[in-house]
Design a protein around this ligand. Structure first.
Ligand code: ARG
Length: 456
């Protein structure tokens, strides 16, 4: 037992099944860069605190550099009894640097060490996710700019509602991602707090300058409470919430794209490069990119729920349950890293069939505009709504479009209708009439594009 790092007080070896059960190396090896970075910073503080001589510090830093090189070059040889990344790095450091390696863990616990590593890793994952989101935003913005004043039938309840600009719809998927980026930035602010120096739970007895240590590792501040610091995984849950929300947004964008790419809609044609075929039906071209983007939201939401469930009801301070933070964190970050470039590429290469969109805008989508026409002639909106409802019914009964109804029918439904009512049946005019900021008029959308550009 003397070869495990905690074996001193044990007389019996660990059960082999228990060893496998508790071993986190198969997943937490991914923290190697952060673990080594944290250890180097800790060694520098041990030196400042007078625990390490100049020579010992140099030997430790050189040893850590050598371990880092082994990982970076894929040469690191893990052993089955390396129970986690922290013990693996320390074991190898001992082999390379000798007995001085035994001084590195002075005044430190794996509890504050792992919390530090995971925070550093999360900050990196946030930066990568932000870059992926930005790329998707750029694709949406480029398509919005290319769309010009092309019109799209806008839907509510997936029923034809009112004409809008294609660019307006595209940008409706830009802004949720902008909020996701803001949420990630906020998450990063809370993740950038240093746990190291908290020891196992009560704080290190060494005279460590935690502010300097925080600065050395790029953290904004040191944690205010050591018990909280070793067990706080809010930043993981927050990252997972951000990822789940991103997944939700991707799934909504994906659903629109899946629907719009059907033969029935035909509004968009996906690039072959982001579609796949069927092994059975030769004619099929499936929107797998967007279906998978929609599907991946399931695991992202699942990781959030799983993490919150692990954290709920844990007694102070560190508990081994917390080892369960890593797999959801890594998988969520990996999923985003896989998904976001695909989303960006599939949007960037999609072809929007503006003719099909325009053809799908029927007269009934201008019924609100007909009511507005009456409102402009001082008719109360409720009365106008009723009159236009009667017109829609009349058109349906005759099986004709609203604009094809004889003028007498208009007059019967409301005396305020004049011959110029037919001017209402212009989808472009309808869209152009909605000019307030945030609305779909071309000028308002141009302003929106400016705002979107400023975000990138
Ligand atoms: N592998 C552990 C984890 O990921 C490291 C911390 C272990 N701490 C302890 N007291 N056993 O949480």
């Amino acid at each position: 037992m003397e070869d495990t790092m905690w074996g001193g007080r044990f007389s019996e070896s660990i059960d082999e099944r228990m060893a496998r059960f508790q071993n986190s190396y198969p997943f937490d090896w991914r923290l190697w860069a952060e673990d080594i970075r944290g250890s180097a910073a800790w060694a520098r503080q041990l030196h400042t605190a007078g625990i390490l001589s100049d020579g010992e510090l140099a030997a430790l830093l050189a040893g850590l550099d050598a371990v880092r090189a082994e990982y970076a070059e894929g040469r690191f040889q893990a052993r089955p009894d390396d129970e986690d990344i922290h013990s693996a790095v320390e074991r190898r450091l001992g082999e390379l640097a000798g007995a001085v390696a035994g001084k590195l863990h002075t005044g430190r616990s794996r509890n504050d060490q792992v919390a530090t590593d995971v925070r550093l890793w999360t900050l990196g994952a946030i930066a990568r996710a932000d870059a992926g989101l930005r790329e998707l935003q750029a694709a949406l913005l480029a398509q919005s700019e290319a769309a010009g004043e092309a019109l799209l039938p806008g839907y509510t309840h997936l029923q034809r509602a009112q004409p809008i600009l294609l660019a307006h719809w595209l940008l409706s998927h830009f802004w949720p991602i902008q909020r996701d980026r803001a949420r990630l930035a906020d998450c990063a602010r809370r993740a950038a707090v240093l746990p190291l120096g908290s020891g196992a739970l009560a704080g290190t007895p060494l005279n460590i300058d935690r502010a300097a240590l925080a600065a050395d590792l790029g953290f904004a501040a040191a944690s205010p409470n050591s018990l909280d610091a070793v067990s706080d995984r809010d930043f993981v849950a927050e990252f997972l919430f951000c990822a789940a929300t991103i997944g939700t947004h991707l799934s909504r964008l994906a659903e629109d794209m899946v629907i719009y790419s059907t033969s029935e809609f035909g509004f968009v044609t996906l690039a072959d490069a982001y579609s796949t075929g069927s092994s059975l039906m030769p004619q099929k071209k499936n929107p797998d990119s967007f279906e998978l983007l929609r599907g991946k939201s399931g695991r992202l939401v699942g990781h959030l729920v799983g993490m919150l469930t692990v954290l709920k009801g844990l007694p102070a301070a560190y508990d081994k349950d917390l080892q369960e933070d890593k797999e959801p964190l890594f998988d969520a970050a990996d999923t985003l890293e896989l998904a976001l470039p695909v989303a960006a590429g599939a949007i960037a290469t999609a072809r929007f069939n503006t003719g099909r969109m325009h053809a799908a805008i029927d007269d009934a989508m201008l019924a609100t505009d007909l009511a507005d026409y009456l409102v402009e002639r001082a008719v109360p909106f409720r009365e106008a709504h009723k009159a236009v409802g009667a017109l829609v019914r009349a058109a349906e009964a005759r099986g004709v479009a609203l604009s094809a109804l004889p003028f007498e029918v208009y007059r019967t439904c409301h005396a305020a209708f004049e011959e110029d009512v037919l001017d209402v049946f212009s989808p472009a005019r309808s869209a152009a009439s909605r000019q307030v900021p945030g609305a779909t008029a071309p000028a308002a959308v141009r302003l929106q594009i400016e705002q979107a550009r400023a975000c990138l």
